[in-house]
Structures are given as C-alpha cells and as structure tokens.
Design a protein around this ligand. Structure first.
Ligand code: F6P
Length: 319
C-alpha cells in the first residue's frame, strides 16, 4: 500500500480530528502517502481532495467536528455514484481507504465493497454509540459529558421551582445517550427507543410525584418517542404540574473531545493504518473489552442492541 485516502462521513463527532491525526502519524511512519477526502462520500465522488500533514492535524486533534468536513450523501446510495467514486480513486492512484463514520457510513461501505477492488477499513465515529463490534464509538463519551453538564444545570432550576423537566437528548434510534446521561444525573425517568412506548412507569411515578420536588425525565429523540409525546402523556393525566421541555440538540455533537474520545481516536486511527498494512479489508476497527477488535462490515450494520446489564440498570433506576 502506497497511498491511503481517508474521509469522515455522516454526523460529525468529537474525536474525529484526533483519529485523523493518528492516521497521518501512522501513514508517515510507514512511508505512505495520505490524501484527505473532503465532505465524505460526496468528495469521494467528486475528487474533492486535500493533503493531510501531521503538524497541521496535531494542532487540531483536541477540537470537535471534522476538519475534513462531512456530509450525508444521497448520490453514493445510487450505484452510479459508487461507480464514479471508484473511478475517482483509480484516477488518483489511491490504493486503500479509511472511512470514519456511523451506521449510514458502514452501510455505504458494505455496498461499495461489492464493486470496489481496493482494501478499506472503517472507524466507528458517531455520538449515538449504535454500532456493533465496539463498546464505544468516537464521540459518544463527549456527547454524554455535554448532556450531563447541561442536565445538571437544568436540575438547579427544576429543584428551585419544583418543576417537571423533560430533557430530550440525541440518539436517533439509539437510547445510549439517554441511558448514560439519565442514570448519571439521577433522572426520575429515562425513556429510550429500545423500550418502545413504555410510558406506564413514568406516568405512575409522575402521578405520585411530590409537588415540593423536582421531577426529571430524560428522553431520547426518535420516531416513537420524544419530548412532545412525553409531555402530552403527562398533560393527559390532568395533574397540576409546572412542566418545561428542553431539547439539548446539536450542542451534544460539538465541543472538544473528552480524554476517552481522544484516546479512542488515536488508538483506532493507528490501528486502521496497521490493519491495511496487514492485508485486512472490509472490516471495522473497534475496541471491545479495551482490546482492539476487527469486525466485518456485515456484522457492523446489524441492529445494535442495548445490552442486558444496562437494561437491568434502567429497570432498577426507573422504580
Ligand atoms: O447520528 C448522529 C445524530 O446526531 C443523531 O443523534 C441525530 O438524530 C442526527 O445525527 C441528526 O442529524 P442532522 O445533524 O443531520 O440533523
């Protein structure tokens, strides 16, 4: 392997820049040329390239977002787009790829593997933590820390006014951010997509809630649930509560990565280059039980589930 192309795709997540720094370091140490592909699959199709240098990345590795920019590409979902991307790679003599992204990125890689003759390795980068083959994805820890910081602040007002607060956190179809931030901020109720529309315990609890106290609900965004739905269910009870909704939104995606996300980025970035050099392809580098681990893309895109231990915690702390 002489020339690696790297891109970030899907939602940005804290730690992506640290991973890019690590990839640049490892590529340089092995005498490999490195090209940055901008705006995810869009840049792969259009040949929107940039040179990546370790000294520049060194200064950015502690920052959030992605210096390569990112996008959710509709064109890459079509075979035409993927064919064009392959042609662009060949024309530019790129002979291996590293992709950093979430669920959609891996689905794209799996589809690309059907026509692409170049080796590629993926790195899980998403705040949602909804990827199989790794205990944690890049950005999840930082997002949870941001959520916690904000929920703690909301508690101050909730306690002072004896209010019911519904805090909506991100996670698309995944309840990891809600689960972790809800448990660690002492929320009275935590609602995640994995438990479906299970409002019963929340409604029972809020009915008996002491109006001389705060009541904090942390709910994951999603098609099935979300802050508005929870709010309307509580209002249907016709009890006298002073209720407010706060949606944390994209603040959860930004900010400097936590120590854990920086280390994850560094470990997975170096491992991605090494795995390409070892002849591996079509696999994601993850960390399981604190050990680097390779998982084939077919496994990565399978529905990721909240594990039983966390489900048991949710049950215990919901009582
Ligand atoms: O996948 C990361 C994520 O932040 C989800 O938690 C959220 O549902 C989604 O991206 C929001 O996407 P966008 O920034 O495109 O609105």
């Amino acid at each position: 392997i002489e020339h690696i192309g790297v891109f970030t795709s899907g939602g940005d997540s804290p730690g992506m820049n640290a991973a890019l720094y690590a990839i640049a370091k490892a590529a340089k140490a092995n005498g490999i040329k490195l090209t940055g592909i901008r705006k995810g699959y869009e840049g792969l199709i259009d040949g929107d390239f940039t040179t990546l240098k370790p000294p520049e990345l060194q200064k950015l590795s502690h920052t959030g977002g992605t210096m390569l920019k990112t996008a959710r590409s509709k064109r890459f979902m079509e075979l035409e787009g993927r064919k064009k991307a392959l042609q662009t790679l060949h024309t530019n003599n790129i002979d291996a790829l590293i992709a950093i992204g979430g669920d959609g990125t891996f689905k794209g890689l799996l589809a690309f593997s059907e026509i692409c003759d170049l080796p590629f390795i993926g790195i899980p980068g998403t705040i949602d933590n909804d990827i199989s083959g790794t205990d944690y994805t890049l950005g999840f820890d930082s997002a949870v820390n941001t959520a916690i910081e904000n929920i703690d602040k909301i508690r101050d007002t909730a306690e002072s006014h004896n209010r019911v607060f519904i805090v909506e956190v991100m996670g698309r179809d995944s309840g990891y951010i809600a689960l972790h931030s809800g448990l660690t901020t002492g929320a009275d109720a935590i609602l995640i997509p994995e438990s479906g529309k299970d409002f019963i315990y929340l409604l029972d609890k809020v009915k008996n809630y002491d109006s001389e106290d705060a009541f904090l609900v942390v709910v994951s965004e999603g098609d099935e649930i979300g802050a508005e739905l929870v709010s309307s269910k509580i209002k249907e009870l016709n009890i006298n509560v002073d209720l407010r909704i706060t949606k944390l939104g994209h603040v959860q995606r930004g900010g400097n990565p936590s120590a854990m996300d920086r280390m994850l980025g560094i470990r997975m970035g170096v491992a991605a280059v090494e795995q390409l050099l070892n002849g591996n392809s079509n696999k994601m580098v993850g960390v399981l039980n604190n050990q680097l681990h390779l998982t084939p893309f077919e496994e990565v895109v399978k529905q990721h589930q909240v594990n039983d231990e966390l489900k048991a915690l949710l049950k215990l702390f919901s009582k």
